[in-house]
Design a protein around this ligand. Structure first.
Ligand code: ZN
Length: 409
């Protein structure tokens, strides 16, 4: 995956985690969904109207906060001539912070899919449902259960199993003739079976090949040896054949309930497919770490940062669960430095002279690394904690590690 898409995926997921967590003191958090085709001037007119209507709000503090948020959204919109192609979503409002205070948060989201309808909401939480729906993976698995009597094609999307086609074969049972099957009868059976397999494979091509980009893999199941024969004899289109996950799976049925059995039996295998790349990167790292001299490995934030700055990093591995901020601090006494912290407000105590200092830059640590990596054309892989390897990376190595191009001191 290219770093820009790896980064936008990460940023979107992180932003959504934060947005969903905010709670307003009152009904004062504003969400605005703007389609790409909408005129900014129309949105401004709408917001001015909401602003004047908000003067009817009974609670003075809620009114002030709603108007403050609308103001902030309007000044943000002034920087746009027109919305981006997919449209945009703005979340803005006052959220509680330590003590009695609040702070204003604003998020401008570039949605991964087009916004289709203009929407304005004011509530005690941000309205995220349409964006959450976009986070659902469009990836899917093809499902085939087959024996000589019948076959069913389906797909697994998220946790949903969808039946696409069902076939009953007209292949007579081999023992149909009470055991007295002639050679000629056997031959007819095999021709019928062959035609049945061709028909199933042709239909698989029709239903799966069109969307092969999002096809993660094909799971094949059935009660006996027919499934193995079907795959081994190459009935499937070669592009589909490449996607078949092995081993094949035993199921008792070849109808809709067979699809469900197939998914249950293959759950482990599917997770593997999704995680396999992540696991491989971490295993490569561990193999280097195990070498007596530490091999081509580096871990820990400072060491890895130095390695990236030397252009020595081949693959930068960052845990999705880092949840840290990289801040740049400037103090009135002239100290300026960067630091990594769990969380930060606009002002912090200067680490050198303890004066009240200003945070002039504050961003997600992973994003900070993405920017650094960009300068040196370094590959970045975000590693989830869904695998044992991913958890190890986070707990044992602080979530920041690198596979090096060459050894450094
Ligand atoms: Zn200072």
């Amino acid at each position: 995956m290219s770093d820009s898409s790896e980064r936008s995926k990460y940023d979107f997921k992180k932003a959504m985690q934060q947005i969903v967590a905010h709670r307003g003191r009152g009904t004062e958090l504003i969400s605005v969904y703007i389609p790409g085709s909408k005129q900014i001037s129309d949105v401004m007119a709408y917001l001015r109207d909401e602003y004047s209507q908000s003067s009817n709000i009974k609670s003075k503090s809620t009114m002030k906060n709603v108007q403050g948020a609308i103001d902030s959204i309007m000044s943000r919109l002034k920087t746009y001539k027109s919305p981006p192609e997919n449209g945009m979503v703005i979340f803005c409002g006052e959220v509680p912070r330590a003590g009695d205070q609040t702070r204003m948060v604003q998020y401008v989201i570039d949605p991964p899919e087009p916004i289709t309808a203009f929407m304005y909401r004011c509530d005690s939480t941000f309205f995220t449902d349409p964006l959450q729906a976009m986070m659902i993976d469009k990836k899917y698995y093809g499902l085939i259960v087959i024996d000589r009597k019948e076959a069913t094609l389906g797909m697994l999307s998220g946790t949903r199993i969808i039946v696409l086609k069902h076939f009953d074969s007209l292949v007579p049972s081999k023992h149909h003739q009470g055991g007295q099957s002639s050679v000629r009868f056997e031959r007819l059976i095999e021709i019928a079976a062959h035609e049945f397999f061709v028909k199933v494979a042709d239909n698989a091509t029709t239903v799966f090949l069109d969307s092969i980009m999002d096809l993660q893999g094909i799971l094949v199941g059935g009660p006996g040896a027919t499934k193995d024969f079907f795959i081994k004899e190459g009935f499937l289109h070669h592009e589909l054949a490449k996607k078949v996950i092995t081993p094949l799976f035993d199921t008792g049925y070849t109808d809709e309930s067979g699809l469900k059995e197939l998914v249950d039996n293959a759950a482990g295998a599917m997770q593997e497919v999704d995680l396999i790349k992540e696991k491989q990167f971490v295993q490569r790292l561990f193999a280097e770490i195990r070498k007596a001299d530490g091999g081509l490995s580096a871990y820990g934030e400072d060491i890895v940062r130095d390695a990236v700055n030397m252009g020595a990093v081949d693959k930068l591995l960052l845990s999705e669960d880092l949840n840290k901020r990289r801040i740049t601090v400037q103090c009135p006494n002239g100290h300026s430095y960067q630091a990594t912290v769990p969380d930060a407000d606009d002002r912090v105590e200067c680490a050198v002279c303890h004066a009240n200092a200003q945070v002039v830059k504050n961003e997600d640590l992973v994003d900070d690394f993405f920017e650094l990596a960009d300068v040196y054309n370094t590959d970045v892989e975000i590693i989830s904690t869904d695998s044992e390897e991913g958890q190890m990376l986070m707990t044992a190595f602080g979530g920041i590690a690198a596979i090096l191009r060459y050894k450094i001191q």
